[in-house]
Structures are given as C-alpha cells and as structure tokens.
Ligand binder design. Sequence first.
Ligand code: PMP
Length: 367
Amino acid sequence: ELNLRRQVDDCQPYIAGETEAAVLKKYNLKSVVKLGSNENPYGPYTNARAAMKESLKYVNRYPEDDYVNLIAAIATQNGLTSKNVALGGGAGNVIETTSRLFLDEGDEVLIAKPTYRLYREVSLLMGAKVKAVPVKADFTYDFAAFKAAITPKTKMIWLCNPNNPTGAINAPQEIERFIDEVGDKVWVVVDEAYADFIQAGQRAHLTEKLDQKKLVIIRTFSKYYGLAGARVGYILARSKVISAYDTITEPFCVNRVGLFAARASLLLDQEEAGEIKQKLLKEKKQLSDKLIQLGFEVTSSQSNFIFAKLPNNLSSSETCAELMSHGVIIRECDAWGYPHHVRITVGKETENARLITELKKLLRVKV
Ligand code: PMP
C-alpha cells in the first residue's frame, strides 16, 4: 500500500515525446530528427546564450535578485507592474501551481476536447471534476458550448490559445467577448505557450482585462525563445492573485541559468526572435504545402506545429512508429482521440525535408 493521495488514481501519466538519444539507440541510427515536442530548433538566441554562460558565476547563490529583474522585464514588456507577474519552472509548473491555487474538491473545470493534457491531470489531482467541451469542426473553440456547460459549481475554464495539438485560434474579438461574458463568474486561464507565433493582427491582447475579469494568462520561454531546457514560465494576473500564488509556490523554482537566459531573450534578443519567427512561418507554409501534395488534410495552424490528417485513413500510431524507426520523430494523436492525425513540429528546412522524404517512402509502400 503506497497510501498516495486518492486522486492520483484518476490521473494518467504524461507521456513526453521520444528523445533523440532513445531513438538513436533503439534503431541503431546515425541521426534523428525530432519534430515531436513543439520545440524551437533555432534557440536559444545570441544574448541568451551569453547570459547563461555569465550566470554560471553566480549559481552558488539563491537567485533572488534575478527573480526581481526578470519579473520587472516581463511587467514592462506587458505594460503591467511587477505585482502582476510570478514565475515558474516552465509553463507546466505554472499550470500546476495555478490549479493548486484555485481548485477545491468538488469544483468543476472545463477544458476543450482536444487540448493540452496537463490541464486535466492537475485539475483531477485537486479533486475537481473535469468536463471536456468538443471543439468545432474547424477545430476552433465552441464558446457557446463552453457557456452552456457552465454550472454554479464551475470554477475554472482552461483555454489554450493557440490550442495544442491543433494550432487553431479563435478570432481575438471572440476570445475577448467570451472573457467579458463569463469572466465575472468563473476563472478563465489562457495558456499562451504558443501565442508569439500567431500572425500579426490575429492575437488577442488580454492583459488589460486582468483587473476587471477573473482572468489569468500563462506563458513560457520554451517555445518562441527556444529555451525549453531552461524551464522558465510565468503567470500574469491581478496583484491579489499573484501574492496568493507567491505564497503557495516554491520560492526559487526557476534556476539562475534560466532567469538569465529569459531576461536576455526579452531585453536583447527580440530582433533575432522575430526573424526566426518569420523563418519558421515560411517553413510551416512550405511543409504544409508538401503535406497537402502527399494527400494530408492540414489544419490551419497559428503555431510552430502542424496538425494533419494522414492520407488513406492511415493509423497515427503505426505511421509514427514507422517514421521513428527511420529516425523521424513526430507526435501521434491517438491519445487525443484522433487516430488518423499527427502533430508535426516545424523544424529546420533540412529536418522538414527529411520528414517529407521518409513520408514519401512510407506512403509509396502503403498507399
Ligand atoms: N502549455 C502548452 C499548451 C504546451 O504545449 C506546453 C508544452 N508542450 C506547455 C504549456 C508547457 O511548457 P513548458 O513547461 O516547457 O513551459
């Protein structure tokens, strides 16, 4: 008898994408292309790299000042004050802390179907009841259905914009209207892990609403700034929420290396990050076009990944396993309820080309 918290039984393990090292070894390959975890192949950027090196001089000390400095930089970038910002060890850690902050046993929580898996697990762990609201046929959120699913017990709605695994967004006005309509009754948590990849003019700007509505925004340095291994994420909220968050979170869960990297990214690497965004968006378009030529149905994506239906009803898990044995890792979508879809992270041109080459070989065999 382990005597674990009762709700642990309700949770399912988070299965991260395969690592390059594991695939290299398993299939005895010379090289592997990893397009399975929505990472940014170009990061970290120039000043972040230098800052990480510099940070090593100070890792014997707790990173108090660097917390303050990064929080101030984030606040300034968003037109907020430092009282509106708290940090976490990646958005994943922020999501977990947010659920601990708000959720009680018996609360109801709404998530989309499909969406990022972690919302469900962290909510269940707190003893909340999770209701999944299906997305529309074009994979955008069905806000009318969300509204209809709200009961007096609903405490929180987790939204991911753009959504993972689809890359879909709703129009900014639609999201803003939804928050205006429900944000007096329930907390809306908007996970903007991929929002920096949204095309100019299509992004909802929600920070002005933090004081008026029950709204929380979560972001990460893992994707746009290419710092997935440095583990830095943050929450934006009204000051009372932030002080409660600070009370329950571990004091120094972001390390000094990550803090240095994140601050340098924000303050000094914007130009480089912007150029890489354009490059990735161009590569996304080229990759989408090639997938369409191969018979895939590609969902319109506002992120750094592509959600696509395989041709001829091929199986997602079998196709991904076969690609992996040839050194290309992409994400199968069975667990999200899409047994014929795959999620492909946009990589470097050469990496995307290798995926297409392997797909062509595979399809010639099967189609
Ligand atoms: N939110 C979403 C929607 C994600 O896809 C991810 C990572 N895949 C995260 C949060 C967590 O990111 P991190 O912990 O690296 O910041």
